[in-house]
Design a protein around this ligand. Structure first.
Ligand code: 13P
Length: 259
């Protein structure tokens, strides 16, 4: 069975570097003996250098990056962080296209597409988030929306090598299930994850579609993580608020050991 991937998305937390270090150290201590599970912590950019020096069996990821590797004739990019900078800090994963960035910052599928391309070209692992809103789900449009998001966000990567494409991970995050919305049922998540795998195999690359890791995100806790992780086709979980409590996050990673 493929290694399960457990990703912590700390979002814009914690408030201080000291708390970030404490949280990281507590997680590290609690999951010392974890085997056969890929644990990835994605702190805010500013904490990455301090956490990097402490990395152990935990992989480091960022929550976003820019679509250019350096200032080019296309422009200079005040405030942005490039994939090569992240790589230099020891990052191996980059979350892309999170729904909160689309909602609050106006990130579009076209921007996300460029980011996925540059991240994969830098041999980093891209965790591309896709998911439907409550309204879209209620209108019975989930599959249509997911297909469109994949088509738009993966458009420019078709020409990449199989080795580069193998670094693509999809996170199915139904927007209505993030935060207080409550989790999606396992059966609904599974149905949509299988659909995503089918679309990738059919529209992009059969081999990648067969082997791609698709993880679930949205209200994951230590209480429900096992129900998702036990499914062979759900290759891991993307954890928001529960990743800010060391015991809770450690307990989620331990659920993956039970499989
Ligand atoms: P919650 O786990 O807080 O619902 O957040 C999920 C998420 O957005 C992870 O990227």
């Amino acid at each position: 069975m493929m290694k399960k991937i457990i990703v912590a998305n700390w979002k814009m937390n914690p408030a201080t570097l000291q708390e970030a270090k404490q949280l990281f150290n507590s997680i590290k201590k609690s999951i010392k003996n974890i085997k056969n599970t890929e644990v990835v912590i994605c702190p805010p950019f500013v904490y990455l250098p301090n956490i990097k020096s402490q990395i152990s069996n935990i992989k480091l990821g960022s929550q976003d990056c820019f679509w250019e590797n350096s200032s080019t004739n296309r422009g200079a990019f005040t405030g942005e962080i490039s994939p090569s900078m992240l790589k230099n800090l020891g990052c191996q994963y980059v979350i892309l296209g999170h729904s909160e960035r689309k909602q609050h910052i106006g990130e579009t599928d076209e921007m996300i597409n460029k980011k996925v391309e540059v991240v994969l070209k830098n041999n980093l692992r891209a965790i591309l988030c896709v998911g439907e809103t409550k309204k879209e789900r209620e209108a019975g449009q989930t599959k249509k929306v997911l297909k469109k998001q994949l088509e738009k966000c993966l458009k420019k990567i078709i020409g990449l090598s199989n080795r580069q494409l193998a670094n693509l991970i999809i996170a199915y995050e139904p927007i209505w299930a993030i935060g207080p919305g409550g989790p999606c049922s396992v059966s609904e998540a599974l149905e949509n994850i299988l659909f995503l795998k089918k679309i990738i195999a059919r529209n992009f690359n059969q081999k990648i579609g067969k082997n791609i890791s698709i993880i679930y995100g949205g209200s994951i806790t230590s209480q429900n993580a096992f129900d998702f992780l036990k499914e062979k086709e759900i290759n891991g979980v993307l954890v928001g608020s529960a990743s800010l409590k060391a015991d809770e996050f450690a307990s989620i990673t331990k659920q993956a050991q039970k499989i």
